[in-house]
Structures are given as structure tokens and as C-alpha cells.
Design a protein around this ligand. Structure first.
Ligand SMILES: C[S@@+](CC[C@H](N)C(=O)[O-])C[C@H]1O[C@@H](n2cnc3c(N)ncnc32)[C@H](O)[C@@H]1O
Length: 247
């Protein structure tokens, strides 16, 4: 039972620390749920620290990065959750469904095991082509597959509430858009190693993009175009919390 994260998940937890603003939004979305299953849990970002929580994660590389004291973890895939129907108040998943070989089956399983609520921290890919990294340097990023909100809603079979999750300018969770106001971070190979896009696109494409960014930072071109972002506090880059209330 392996995922791509057995190859590129090494060192993930160092650069992908849960962001407190996003954590508060996930906690809010989970509401009064006391029993929660966190599917594709990885190192445990955004997992509730209270209540009866179980994590599901197939990758050993990721499981080994879970800190002691976190919820117990089951090694399994989303597509076959080893739980009874309606066993949990809520099922949650964070930045993971686009990595599932059969995301429809995984989301259907999340629906089956949840009694009250489904909470997904996900992103709307159609918004990310307006992000300077994608628009100016790496347009290939939006060609990677990710289910749309409408597609997820169709599988859940219940109306989704869609909450905007602005990315703070000091975001501690180093996902693709995290460094929107700190462009120099994308020049750091360790930062890029914690972003799946840089593993999933071919190395030549990524090198071309980073070389161009480096050149534009050195010449002042980036600041001339986007320097106003350095002083903004947060930005909507398409990250969303999707909530389905089932009762
Ligand atoms: C970007 S990480 C997200 C981890 C964590 N939820 C977070 O927010 O940091 C994606 C995770 O999905 C897991 N994954 C990949 N395929 C999966 C599947 N079929 N079922 C469950 N998890 C899967 C990977 O092993 C990895 O831990």
C-alpha cells in the first residue's frame, strides 16, 4: 500500500506545518463533531486535538512523521475505509483528494462513514491560474488533475457550503500558493520539495520556471510587477473549505 508520498513525502512535516488561521477555519467547519475520521491524514495537519479522532493514511513515510500524542492512525486508503456506516460524526480530508487514484470512491466512502458532516480543505484550480507563479512562470501547474467543487458536490450528493480560505502572508503550511508574498522561498529546493506540483511536473519545466523567477527577482522585474503583494496581509488563491451537512 504505497502512494507517491512514499517517494516525495520525506521531510514533508518540516515545511508543511499547519497554519493557525486555516486550522481555526477547519475547527469551525467541524463544529460540534466529536468523533472524526481524518482521511489522507499525512502527518496530521488540521486534525482535531480533542474528541475521538482516527487518522487514515496509506503512506508509511507520512505515518512516520506523525508526532506522538496525535490520534491513532490506521494504514488504509480512502477508497476502502475500514469502518462501519455512519461510524463518525464527521469525516474530513485536507489537501488530499486530488492525490487519490479514485477520488470519487474515496469521497463516497467519506460520505458512507459520516453521520453528520463532511469537511474538505481543498482548492479551486480555476482560481490558481491568476496566481503570479502559475500565470507568469508555471502555467503547467493547472494542468494537473483536481476535482472541481461541482464534481465533489455531485459525488457527496448533498449541497456543499463553500468557505473561502484566504492564504495569510506568513502561511506556515508550505503548499503551492503559500509563498505568494515571499517569492524568494520558491528558489529554495527544500520548499519546492514539500510541494507536490514540483514532483508531478517534469523537472525541465520546473527548472525553467524557477530559473525565470530567479532572473526576475534579481533584475527587479518581479517587484515591478508584483511587489505590491509584499505588504498585503492575505490573498484569496482558490483555497476552500467545503462542508456538507448530512442531517
Ligand atoms: C498533500 S498530503 C496531505 C496530508 C495532510 N492531510 C495535510 O493536510 O498535510 C496528501 C496525502 O494524501 C495521501 N494519499 C494519497 N493517496 C491516498 C489514498 N488513496 N487514500 C488516502 N490517502 C491518500 C498521501 O499519502 C499524503 O499523505
Amino acid at each position: 500500500m504505497k502512494t507517491a508520498y512514499d517517494r516525495f513525502g520525506v521531510g514533508y512535516a518540516r515545511r508543511r506545518r499547519p497554519d493557525p488561521h486555516i486550522a481555526a477555519a477547519v475547527t469551525d467547519a467541524l463544529g460540534d463533531a466529536r468523533t472524526v475520521v481524518n482521511v489522507g491524514a499525512g502527518a496530521g495537519a488540521y486534525e482535531p486535538r480533542k474528541g475521538a479522532v482516527v487518522a487514515v493514511e496509506p503512506s508509511l513515510v507520512m505515518l512516520r512523521q506523525r508526532e506522538p500524542g496525535l490520534a491513532p492512525a490506521v494504514r488504509a486508503v480512502a477508497e476502502h475505509l475500514p469502518f462501519a456506516d455512519a461510524q463518525f460524526d464527521a469525516s474530513m480530508a485536507s489537501l488530499t483528494i486530488h492525490h487519490w487514484p479514485d477520488w470519487q470512491a474515496g469521497v463516497a466512502e467519506m460520505r458512507r462513514v459520516a453521520r453528520k458532516r463532511i469537511v474538505l480543505f481543498h482548492f479551486d484550480l480555476s482560481r490558481q491560474d491568476q496566481f503570479w507563479l502559475v500565470e507568469d512562470y508555471l502555467p503547467e501547474a493547472v494542468t494537473l488533475p483536481a476535482p472541481t467543487v461541482a464534481e465533489v458536490e455531485a459525488v457527496v450528493g448533498a449541497r456543499l457550503r463553500v468557505d473561502v480560505v484566504p492564504v495569510p502572508n506568513d502561511c506556515t503550511d508550505g503548499f503551492l500558493c503559500a509563498y505568494w508574498s515571499r517569492p524568494e522561498h520558491y528558489l529554495d529546493p527544500e520548499a519546492r520539495a514539500a510541494i507536490s506540483t514540483f514532483h508531478l511536473l517534469d523537472p525541465e519545466t520546473c527548472n525553467r520556471a524557477i530559473t525565470a523567477l530567479h532572473r526576475d527577482l534579481d533584475s527587479g522585474t518581479w517587484d515591478a510587477r508584483h511587489g505590491h503583494l509584499r505588504t498585503r496581509e492575505e490573498l484569496d488563491l482558490g483555497y476552500r473549505i467545503l462542508v456538507a451537512d448530512l442531517v
